[in-house]
Design a protein around this ligand. Structure first.
Ligand code: PMP
Length: 402
């Protein structure tokens, strides 16, 4: 095989080529506006139902002003990692605010949420240890497990009996046992049964780690996440998450007790050896946090929109499975059809994300419809009626209902 043959023969490249040829390639579309209820995609204004801007803060004047002021004061970069010259007083301020918000003793912030999982998991579990992951956990969790020398054990989605059974199998192991789950599942949009997971963890003396990437700002007191939603913050060992969704910025965090966080700050390689969060991003998270803590109206509006959309979709007989949060999967259950429907919707002025394998299992290919507090009821109603019409034109009615 010559040097580039493996690239040309890659299934991914072949599929991308086919999709481009049939004008259905959905990825990397350039956006030239802020993402709110609408966005300008490839020069055309569309209704935006594909962002993670849950609270609608992405274009908030106070947050933008905070970012500008941070650039004026600190410049555009930290030019180094937290470990060395990359720690700002602003990072400490954010970590302090976050620990109070999350109800934990200590927090460290990472350049991205992805790096939280690839940094924390290898540091927490190594050779002879076991990490238990929900089969629908995010790619960063899977990669974090791959980077750890621990054995990775998958349990069935949100299935506490399966988790218990699998923990039982290693009950005689003296190694660390760590359970990690998404707080809200990123594609299927259901909430982890964290209350039950914690009970099983206590029975087996296992650590618990919840990734609240999609739950921060959405679930719990003032949006403090899934542990807060169940009122079990003190029973969950580690709470991780990202600033790239509700917090209208970029970056990630992990919170826990002082000893674990101190250990992680000296053992998480993605924290120690990667440039720290830029001043503008750090300041925008601080500003978002201030808003979220003082004004629950964004979260209440988001949930009002969510309940409305869930009701309408069920009335339209769309296949939305167990949807219960602002992330609503509309299952199409066939990759090519999913691309087709997404393209048709874009042509009609509605952006949703097509999600196919390996993002989800092939038979779970879906349109990921996500809400923000910035949407109006009229926009939601209009989008769902168009989606319903388009989906039914591709899939016979009897195959659509759940
Ligand atoms: N964890 C989960 C559950 C996610 O859904 C995501 C992003 N989609 C991440 C981590 C990664 O976050 P970030 O975008 O900050 O890297």
């Amino acid at each position: 095989m010559s040097k580039y043959d493996f690239v040309k023969n890659s299934n991914l490249v072949i599929q991308a080529k086919l999709l481009r040829e049939t004008n259905m390639y959905p990825f990397f579309r350039p956006i030239s506006s802020p993402q709110s209820d609408t966005a300008v995609i490839e020069g055309k204004e569309v209704l935006m139902f594909g962002s993670n801007n849950y609270l609608g803060l992405n274009n908030h004047p106070l947050i933008k002003e905070a970012a500008k002021q941070a650039i004026q004061k600190y410049g555009t970069s930290c030019t180094g990692s937290r470990f060395m010259n990359g720690t700002l007083d602003l990072h400490h301020e954010l970590e302090n605010e976050l620990k109070d918000f999350l109800g934990k003793e200590a927090v460290i912030i990472f350049p991205t949420g992805f790096q939280v999982n690839t940094g924390v998991l290898p540091a927490m579990a190594s050779k002879g240890d076991h990490v238990f992951i929900d089969e629908l956990n995010h790619a960063s969790i899977i990669d974090g497990c791959r980077m750890s020398l621990a054995q990775r054990i998958k349990y069935k989605h949100n299935d506490i009996f399966d988790l218990d059974r699998k923990l039982n199998r290693v009950r005689n192991s003296s190694g660390v046992k760590l359970i990690i789950t998404d707080g809200i599942f990123s594609m299927d949009g259901d909430i982890a049964k964290l209350d039950k997971i914690v009970q099983v963890a206590q029975k087996h003396d296992a650590f618990t780690f919840v990734d609240c990437a999609h739950a921060i700002g959405v679930l719990g007191k003032n949006g403090a996440g899934t542990a807060s939603h169940y009122g079990i913050t003190d029973q969950v060992d580690l709470i991780g998450g990202t600033f790239s969704k509700s917090m209208a910025s970029v970056g990630g965090f992990v919170a826990g007790n002082k000893d674990i966080i101190d250990y992680l700050s000296h053992a998480s390689r993605s924290y120690m050896f990667s440039a720290s969060l830029p001043p503008s991003a750090t300041a925008s998270v601080l500003a978002s946090l201030k808003l979220i803590k003082s004004d629950d109206s964004y979260r209440l509006k988001l949930w009002d929109n969510t309940q409305y959309a869930l009701r309408l979709m069920r009335e339209h007989n769309l296949d939305i499975g167990m949807a219960e949060t602002p992330i609503i999967p509309i299952y199409i259950r066939d990759s090519i059809l999913t691309f087709r429907v997404a393209k048709k919707l874009l042509d009609k002025g509605i952006y949703v994300n097509p999600v196919v394998a390996p993002g989800v299992k092939e038979h779970d290919a879906l349109l990921r419809f996500s809400l923000t507090a910035a949407h109006s009821k009229e926009q939601i109603e209009y989008a769902i009626s168009v989606i319903s019409e388009v989906v039914k034109s591709y899939i016979p009615e009897e195959a659509v209902c759940h």
